[in-house]
Design a protein. Structure first.
Length: 245
C-alpha cells in the first residue's frame, strides 16, 4: 500500500528529493511537485517542468532480491503508465522500448528509473515519471523532440490533473507490488500489446556501432529482440538508442 504522499510546490527534482531521503521514507512513498527547477531526464538530459500543466512525480520502491532481478522494471513502469491511461479512457498511446510512452504525434511521458543498493541483496528503485497533461506552444518548441499531451489524445478535452495523478499513483502502487511478487513476467503480454516497435525496421545504435533489424518483441528480462539476417539478437537497454528506419 501507499507509503507517504507528499506534494511540493517547487523542488529541484522529485527523484533527487527521494534520493536524499531514501533511508527514512517508507516503501512506496510518492513525492509530487507542481514544478521542478532541475528536472532530470535519461542520459543526463533535463526535463522541462513548468507549473500548472503536467505531472512530475517519483516513487520509492525497495526490493529484497537486488537489482539483478530488476532488468524489466522500467518497461513495467511503461505498462503501468499505459494502464493509467486505460483507466482514464485515453487511447492512442503505445510503448517505445525501453520505456517511452508515445503517440503518433510525439512523446507523452518520460520514465527515469534509478537503482541503488546491492546486485543480489537489498536495493531500492527511484521511479520518476513525467507525464504531459497539457503542453504550451513554448514548451513544445523547447522540448527538442516531437511531444504530445493528454489533451491531444483526449480530443482537446483537458483531463482533470488530480484525477490523472491519482490514477497514476494507484497504478504504481499496485503495479510495483505486482512486479515485486511476479517480476516482468506479469507485464510481458501487456507490453507486447502496446509495443510500437514490433515488426518495424529498426536501427540500434550502441557504443560498438549500429545494427539493423526488425523488432521482434521483448524477452522475459525486458531485453529488446531484434531479428537480423544472422538471427535474433537480444539487446539490453543500457546505452543503446533505437530508431525506426
Ligand atoms: C526521460 O528522459 O524520458 C525521463 C524523464 C523523467 C522525468 C521525471 S519528472 C519526475 C521525476 N523527477 C525528475 O527529475 N525526473 C523524473
Amino acid at each position: 500500500s501507499l507509503g507517504e504522499l507528499e506534494l511540493h510546490w517547487e523542488i529541484d527534482s522529485t527523484s533527487s528529493e527521494i534520493q536524499r531521503r531514501a533511508t527514512t521514507l517508507p516503501d512506496l512513498s510518492v513525492i509530487l511537485a507542481e514544478t521542478q527547477s532541475a528536472g532530470r531526464g535519461r542520459r543526463g538530459r533535463s526535463w522541462l517542468s513548468p507549473p500548472g500543466l503536467n505531472i512530475y512525480l517519483s516513487c520509492l520502491k525497495r526490493f529484497d532480491a537486488g537489482f539483478a532481478s530488476l532488468s524489466g522494471l522500467s518497461l513495467a513502469v511503461g505498462v503501468i503508465v499505459m494502464r493509467t491511461l486505460a483507466t482514464l479512457g485515453i487511447e492512442g498511446a503505445g510503448l517505445k522500448w525501453p520505456n517511452d510512452v508515445l503517440s503518433d504525434a510525439g512523446k507523452l511521458a518520460g520514465i527515469l528509473v534509478e537503482l541503488s543498493g546491492e546486485y543480489q541483496g537489498p536495493c531500492a528503485a527511484i521511479i520518476g515519471v513525467g507525464l504531459n497533461v497539457r503542453l504550451t506552444p513554448v514548451l513544445r518548441e523547447q522540448a527538442g523532440q516531437p511531444v504530445n499531451d493528454l489533451v491531444g489524445l483526449a480530443g482537446g478535452v483537458a483531463p482533470d490533473r488530480n484525477r490523472v495523478a491519482a490514477a497514476l499513483i494507484g497504478a504504481l502502487v499496485e503495479g510495483l507490488g505486482q512486479f515485486e511478487r511476479k517480476g516482468f513476467g506479469a507485464f510481458v503480454d501487456e507490453y507486447a500489446a502496446h509495443d510500437l516497435l514490433h515488426a518495424k525496421a529498426l536501427r540500434v545504435q550502441g557504443a560498438q556501432g549500429s545494427m539493423d533489424g526488425v523488432g521482434a518483441g521483448v524477452d522475459a528480462r525486458g531485453a529488446l529482440l531484434l531479428q537480423t539476417a544472422e538471427g535474433v539478437h537480444s539487446i539490453d537497454s543500457a546505452d543503446v538508442s533505437v530508431r525506426r528506419t
